[in-house]
Design a protein. Structure first.
Length: 563
């Protein structure tokens, strides 16, 4: 492992907080809550926990934190746990509450940074369980640049019904089937009751599992340990090992800046492409790169995805779930496939102390597994992410092409100025085959908070006559569970006068994936004429965190980071 500025003991920063006669008041207060004088003489490691009892993704993280603490103590450190916020995307989806999700990423990063800087920790373990937890905590680790790692709480077990594995994606799609009269009340209840059998994050290669896996490739999460499912006793063993691991990082002074490098960033993006991962990874890696000062643009995702084959047969586009991925061989096996083919660089450092190539060499493939294909047997020759530009998205938009075959679509625009209006149109049978749904004023500023559109996209996917014939574009986001021809993150957004604001009902919109174009078939003169009458909408929130976010957030093409 490369050495930083460690002093061998790991107690480098907290000395200023705990040592010397003048620190007696601080020690007195810490002793009041149970820390001994001996405890305070050891390296102090913060535990940033995203625990909540609202939803399964984070419900079990108290137990995970206790195991991490055991590992830290065994390795000679003193853990100090604190909490931060979390929002469950699956619960808030389709409501005003979903606006809080992306905003929570910034609050998580800010709050973890504040507690860590305030308490002069010698190291940090961030325990994350849901979509925005992982990028939010990694952004904080990047800012702090102290010895640290991010540990994923793990994936949920698949549900089962009538011999079929279920995820929460199936529930959202069942809502569409129910609205179309294809599924009765009892059928919807059966799917709802069986889809989520216990703790852990949503089971497909949705945003949580995408970010967890790609952070293993980035190096900031322990590869092979982070991906252990939530419901296994092995997760507590992995957590304890992560506690010991952060102590090694502290003793040797290894910091995130030595791990999250430009090469590591490209490797992580390649893993998203190879696994058919969530479009949200585009936003999140742009944000992490911004924190590290790494030059990264939205176009880099298309470049990397275009040279990376799709190897993982994972939901929502494929058949399997994260538990199957881990059992097949997990991230070590996928890394081996990509390194052996010369598609990624294996020299990057993992928080385990080994390089990615060294970790990949230890891969154990389960005999007969069908989840992680070889490069010679790739599912598709190119990866799951595509960036389109054109007169509708001059700064770009994101499409996930894993799981659908349409590469071109031309159809009439059906225009909606909110997600609720669009969902009502699907639910009431107003959307017809061939339509292009346009959902706007849901971007980072306009929402604010750039809501995910899973309620809408899953409802469309659940109606057979629409699932392969309708397209959708939005300045909002998509869930990692979204499938179909859907363009998100359209930038500039409508609320700042982006071209999507000029689209009218019935305009012809053209998706051209081979040529990377998203266009509305009207002239530049007509565009200009329409925008002369456009008026910037009043903010949806006059005060509070939503207003603060809307006033400071950047374009989705820059990661929707706040300034």
């Amino acid at each position: 492992m490369s050495s930083g500025n460690g002093n061998g003991s790991g107690k480098l920063y907290s000395i200023a907080l705990t040592e010397g006669p003048n620190r007696a008041p601080a020690r007195a207060m810490l002793r009041a809550v149970g820390f001994s004088r001996e405890d305070l003489g050891k390296p102090i490691i913060g535990i940033a926990n995203t625990w909540t009892e609202i939803g399964p993704c984070n419900f079990h993280l108290r137990q995970i934190a206790e195991a991490v603490k055991e590992g830290i103590r065994e390795a000679g450190g003193t853990p100090m746990e604190f909490n931060t916020v979390t929002i469950s995307d699956g619960i808030t989806m389709g409501t005003e509450g979903m606006k809080a999700s992306l905003i929570s990423r910034e609050v998580i990063a800010d709050s973890v940074e504040l507690v860590a800087r305030g308490n002069l920790f010698d190291g940090l373990v961030a325990i994350a369980g849901c979509d925005k937890n992982m990028p939010g905590t990694v952004m904080a680790l990047a800012r702090l640049d102290i010895p640290s790692l991010m540990l994923y709480g793990g994936s949920i077990a698949p549900g089962h019904l009538n011999g079929k594995d279920l995820t929460v994606q199936d529930v959202f799609e069942a809502v569409g089937s129910h609205a179309a009269g294809k599924l009765d009340d009892a059928g919807l209840e059966a799917v709802e009751a069986n889809a989520c059998p216990g703790v852990g994050a949503c089971g497909g290669q949705f945003t949580a599992n995408t970010m967890a896996m790609s952070c293993e490739f980035l190096g900031i999460s322990p590869i092979g340990l982070s991906g252990v499912p939530a419901f296994l006793g092995d997760k507590l063993i992995a957590a304890r090992e992560s506690g010991r691991m952060v102590m090694e990082l502290a003793k040797k002074g290894v910091k995130p800046s030595q791990i999250i490098t430009p090469k590591a960033m490209e490797t992580a993006i390649a893993s998203v492409a190879a696994s058919g991962g969530s479009t949200n990874a585009v936003l999140h890696f742009l944000a992490i790169a911004n924190e590290m000062g790494i030059p990264l643009t939205i176009d880099d995702f298309d470049r990397i995805s275009n040279k990376t084959p799709l190897l993982c047969d994972l939901k929502p586009g494929g058949q399997y779930v994260a538990v199957d991925y881990q059992q097949a061989g997990g991230s070590r096996l996928l890394a081996k496939r990509l390194i052996d083919a010369g598609l990624i660089d294996g020299s990057g450092l993992n928080v385990s102390g080994k390089t990615l190539a060294e970790e990949a060499a230890a891969a154990k493939e389960t005999l007969g597994q069908k989840v992680i294909h070889t490069v010679a047997d790739a599912i598709k020759p190119t990866g799951g992410l595509v960036i389109l530009k054109g007169n509708l998205a001059p700064e770009g938009c994101v499409i996930k092409v894993a799981g659908h075959k349409r590469l071109e679509h031309r159809g009439p625009a059906r225009v909606f100025d909110s997600e609720q209006d669009a969902f009502h149109a699907v639910d009431s049978g107003q959307i017809k085959p061939g339509d292009v749904m346009v959902i706007r004023y849901e971007g980072p500023v306009g929402g604010p908070g750039m809501r995910e559109m899973l309620a809408v996209t899953a409802a469309v996917a659940g109606i057979p006559e629409l699932s392969e014939t309708v397209a959708l574009l939005t300045d909002g986001r998509f869930s990692g569970a979204t499938r179909g021809l859907m363009a998100g993150h359209v930038a500039p957004e409508a609320a700042v006068g982006g071209p999507i604001a000029a689209v009218r009902e019935g305009d012809t919109i053209h998706f051209d994936i081979p040529n990377r174009k998203l266009t509305v078939e009207i002239s530049d003169e007509e565009f200009a004429s329409r925008m002369k009458t456009w008026k910037k909408p009043a903010p949806r929130f006059a005060r509070g965190v939503f207003r603060k976010y809307a006033d400071t957030v950047s374009s989705a093409a820059q990661g929707a980071v706040t300034h």
